[in-house]
Design a protein around this ligand. Structure first.
Ligand SMILES: NC(=O)c1ccc[n+]([C@@H]2O[C@H](COP(=O)([O-])OP(=O)(O)OC[C@H]3O[C@@H](n4cnc5c(N)ncnc54)[C@H](O)[C@@H]3O)[C@@H](O)[C@H]2O)c1
Length: 292
């Protein structure tokens, strides 16, 4: 990497994890551009941090490409791109509409693809750069009731590791971040702008059941920036999230069985259909008799 001021683009930088990463980058002397769909919030956060703001939807490939090229042309370099923007969609799979699937794929997966597609050739050409994609621990292990979200996060993990293997020869680094439940507004924005599924509320309580406490966003940002500096392939935090990941790698079938029984994910007072209880043993209902 050449001397001078490094540049960074952080998508979804107006709030939560993106804003905390951006604050850490500014403290480390980077020139940071925040990109977000929320115009008011991104301008406010950028002004607070001393960063630049760009308003865009990461689902719009042309807008993402234009931003990446604008930063490179303005600063003459592109050091870091954090593809972090994301939305959370939750619900029993049978309650989800095509819109739930389409929107989460557009933002969480295509948004990352657009960032990679725009930034990677620029970094290959300059011979350095680092792409950091934010997935989730549910991109590493199976968790029910968030199928489209989990699908996108598994895809982002696969995309990132495959690109990492390809990019090294060009001097370009690629990392993927897989956080557990973190204390950000995302947990209140479940299914935002989409039809309700009955699983919008109570995520802070659910998160505490799994993790004992929500991970503070500043600590996660420190973990991420430390992992990025060490060029860790997969950055997983906090410890509980790493535990789930290790458990799944050691015993995949058993982990699926454990998460399948997980009542912590059901909204309080919500229906408990599909499971009848005999003593303390969960018994799945019998399948219907085949037609004669
Ligand atoms: N908070 C958690 O518990 C948690 C856990 C694992 C992974 N993540 C992932 O971390 C990332 C950041 O989430 P967060 O918790 O900071 O959420 P957040 O809601 O606080 O921040 C997300 C930001 O992304 C922006 N955004 C949403 N859609 C966008 C779009 N189409 N184009 C541009 N910007 C868009 C939002 O306006 C918001 O500012 C997401 O990818 C999320 O899936 C979060």
């Amino acid at each position: 990497m050449p001397g001078g001021v490094p540049t960074a683009v952080v998508t979804g930088g107006a709030s939560g994890i993106g804003a905390a990463i951006a604050a850490g980058l500014v403290r480390r002397g980077c020139a940071v551009t925040l990109a977000d769909i929320d115009a008011e919030a991104v301008r406010r956060t950028a002004a607070e941090l001393g960063a630049d703001a760009a308003v865009l939807d990461v689902a719009d490939a042309d807008a993402v490409r234009a931003l990446i090229h604008r930063v490179r042309d303005r600063d003459g370099r592109l050091d870091y791109v954090f593809n972090n923007a994301g939305i959370f969609v939750a619900g029993r799979t049978e309650t989800l509409s095509a819109e739930h699937w389409d929107r989460v794929l557009a933002v969480n997966l295509h948004g990352v693809v657009h960032g990679v597609h725009a930034a990677y050739p620029v970094m290959v050409e300059q011979g350095y750069g680092q792409i950091v994609n934010v997935a989730s621990v549910v991109g590493l292990a199976p968790v029910p009731f968030m199928l489209p979200y989990s699908t996108t996060k598994h895809a982002v993990v696969g995309l990132s590791l495959a690109l990492r293997a390809e990019a090294a020869r060009h001097g370009v680094r690629v990392n993927v971040v897989c956080p557990g439940f973190t204390d950000t507004p995302l947990l209140e924005r479940v299914n935002a702008g989409l039809a309700r599924t009955g699983m919008e509320d109570g995520w802070r309580r659910i998160a505490r059941r799994f993790q004992l406490r929500l991970y503070p966003v500043d600590r996660l940002a420190d973990d991420i920036l430390a992992g990025v500096a060490r060029d860790k392939a997969v950055i997983v935090a906090p410890r509980r999230a790493r535990l789930l990941w290790h458990l799944y790698r050691l015993a995949p079938a058993a982990t699926v069985r454990v998460t399948a029984r997980s009542r912590g994910l059901l909204p309080s007072g919500g229906p408990r259909e599909h499971v009848t209880r005999t003593g303390d043993k969960a018994v799945p209902p019998r399948p219907p008799a085949p037609p004669r």
